[in-house]
Write a protein that binds this ligand. Structure first.
Ligand code: HEC
Ligand code: HEC
Length: 295
């Protein structure tokens, strides 16, 4: 009897321990999301009559529209996709990419605050975002970032609002466990120099993080791995060394596989957004991928 009572006590203790651990992780996740980040505001001022608006529009149309608009078309009035309520995902809550036209919260942001939220994932109240891919944007030059901000400000205001972000205790638990990471990045403190556009390895190496290729095709672009967040993309370094620029361009912009000619899945591989990439940009990405194969 004594032994049974001891076992029961030990099991009870274990359950309490696990509950305390789970609760402290949930609290830690909650604290992460509600912390006021101390990232200083970058000294970025966008010139009023910016001649870079065309460049800004191009950068927005090859990235931001994929989430902040429906069917990858402006206006950037907010997307209807709930990132935290997808088939097959656990109950994480609700999260939509908000309206980023002057009809939404954009007008309350200063240029420096916009620079910080885009590149560093910290909103104007100083709280970190989730899902917003600031890790992709942290490497943007000041010129390209100014171009994006200038374009965002000149859009026609749209009044649409998306439902507010809601996170469940499970989402906070996953944040506490770092299964989900926030968008928060280290501050960009130095001026970020201009990047020359051309079919160069350097420009390709600049574009691929911004366009998010590594999310699906692996950190080294040698293909995603099983167990990563889907979809898993094939080895792009091998692809660029086995096929010519023409076949690569057709795959990237029109969704025709260079490997076997099949029609790529436009949801898994977002080529409709990449169809807007210029010849120079596709050439730069291809040159960069080839250079990785030669290492
Ligand atoms: C993968 C989808 C995705 C892409 C691509 C994306 N965003 Fe976001 N963005 C989000 C989500 C989701 C949020 C809301 C995050 C939150 O509330 O935690 C957000 C938030 C923002 C905010 C904060 C708005 C506010 O009300 O405080 C700004 C500004 C923003 N994004 C700008 C951009 C710009 C500019 C681009 C392109 C350079 C871009 N985003 C690309 C998903 C995305
Ligand atoms: C959201 C995930 C995702 C992103 C982001 C992504 N890809 Fe893909 N990509 C895929 C998947 C999945 C496939 C395979 C699709 C299929 O076979 O139907 C693919 C296929 C491809 C192919 C065609 C391979 C073939 O069969 O010829 C090319 C080329 C390619 N991606 C290049 C890129 C480049 C360059 C980028 C960045 C500019 C990029 N992808 C970004 C997921 C992605």
């Amino acid at each position: 009897m004594k032994l049974l009572r001891l076992i029961a006590l030990a099991l009870g203790g274990l359950v309490v321990l696990v509950l305390v651990l789970v609760a402290s992780l949930v609290i830690s996740g909650w604290n992460t999301m509600h912390a006021s980040e101390t990232n200083p505001l970058p000294p970025l001022r966008v010139p009023p009559e910016s001649a870079l608006e065309g460049r800004g529009e191009h950068l927005v149309l090859t990235n931001c529209v994929g989430c902040h608009a429906d069917h990858a078309q402006p206006p950037l009035a907010g997307g209807s996709r709930d990132f935290f309520d997808q088939p097959g995902t656990p109950p994480l809550g609700h999260l939509y990419a908000p309206n980023i036209t002057p009809g939404g919260r954009l007008k309350d942001y200063t240029d420096a605050e916009l620079a910080r939220v885009i590149r560093e994932g910290v909103n104007r109240e100083g709280h970190p975002l989730v899902v917003m891919p600031s890790a992709q944007m942290r490497g943007l030059s000041d010129r390209d970032l100014s171009a994006i901000i200038s374009y965002l400000r000149r859009q026609r205001p749209a009044a649409h609002t998306v439902p507010a972000r809601q996170l469940t205790p499970l989402a906070y638990l996953m944040l506490g466990l770092h299964v989900i990471e926030t968008s928060h990045q280290l501050p960009v403190t130095l001026p970020a120099p201009d990047m020359a556009e051309g079919m160069t390895v350097a420009y390709g190496g600049y574009l691929t993080p911004y366009l998010g290729c590594k999310d699906c095709h692996g950190a080294d672009l040698h293909g995603g791995h099983k167990g990563q967040f889907p979809p898993v993309g094939p080895d792009l370094v091998a692809l660029a060394s086995a096929h010519d620029l023409g076949a690569f361009t057709l795959a990237l912009r029109a969704g025709v596989s260079a490997r076997d000619g099949h029609a790529l899945d436009p949801v898994g591989m977002p080529f409709p957004v990449y169809s807007r990439l210029t010849d120079t940009e596709v050439g730069a990405i291809y040159t960069y991928l080839q250079s990785l194969g030669k290492k």
